[in-house]
Write a protein that binds this ligand. Sequence first.
Ligand SMILES: [Zn+2]
Length: 111
Amino acid sequence: MSICEVLLSNPDKLFPVFDAAMVESQSVLMINHRLKNVMNVKKHIHARIMSLPVCPELTRTTLPRTADVDSFLSITGTVIRTTVMKMLEYEKDYICAKCRSIFTVEVLTLN
Ligand SMILES: [Zn+2]
């Protein structure tokens, strides 16, 4: 199975591998770099794939539909409106008004 087939069928499994490879690459490149003393390995980085083949299975010019959930797609368009950035909430801590105990609720259970 080629890397392209794995990327298209299981992008959620392959992207963490790409991210880890890029972090490892930074370490390897720094070993003999003349500025290694002032360089840092950036661990919070993400791979981005560009120039996917132009075919109907991979590209969209309109918003993806529910049938596209879990599909790896290339979306082309123009941004016509933006809003203020909103934090992605992963979990929330709540405090009980009676006993003051704190409990954490993950977003997946909120929706
Ligand atoms: Zn309570």
